[in-house]
Design a protein around this ligand. Structure first.
Ligand code: FES
Length: 98
């Protein structure tokens, strides 16, 4: 579905999505890395559990919310990939820390 247009021999960053190792280009957003790895779902809705995935890729729709390094409700389209980061698809509502 998605195909990179840049140099296939470029440097890569390693991180995980739902415990699976993924590689992306430095500077990629987490949303871009999700899509490039074939993952179209970033979260499920709190009420019906319907799958949602990155849509606008510019911080407007909030469909790309994921958990990054145990912190929920992070916008995947605004977060650059980092070596060793742990990304988890977000299942329903996140608890608010008090
Ligand atoms: S994809 Fe719309 S806010 Fe991230």
């Amino acid at each position: 579905m998605f195909r990179r247009l840049s140099d296939p021999d470029a440097a890569m960053v390693s991180f995980s999505i739902d415990g699976q190792a993924v590689r992306a280009r430095p500077g990629d957003s987490v949303a871009a890395a999700l899509l490039a790895s074939g993952r179209l779902v970033s979260r499920t809705t709190p009420v019906s559990g319907a799958p949602r995935g990155p849509y606008c890729l510019m911080g407007v729709c909030f469909e790309c919310l994921v958990t990054i390094d145990d912190i929920g409700n992070r916008q995947a389209c605004h977060e650059p990939v980092r070596e060793g980061m742990r990304v988890e698809t977000q299942q329903g509502r996140r608890e608010v820390a008090r």
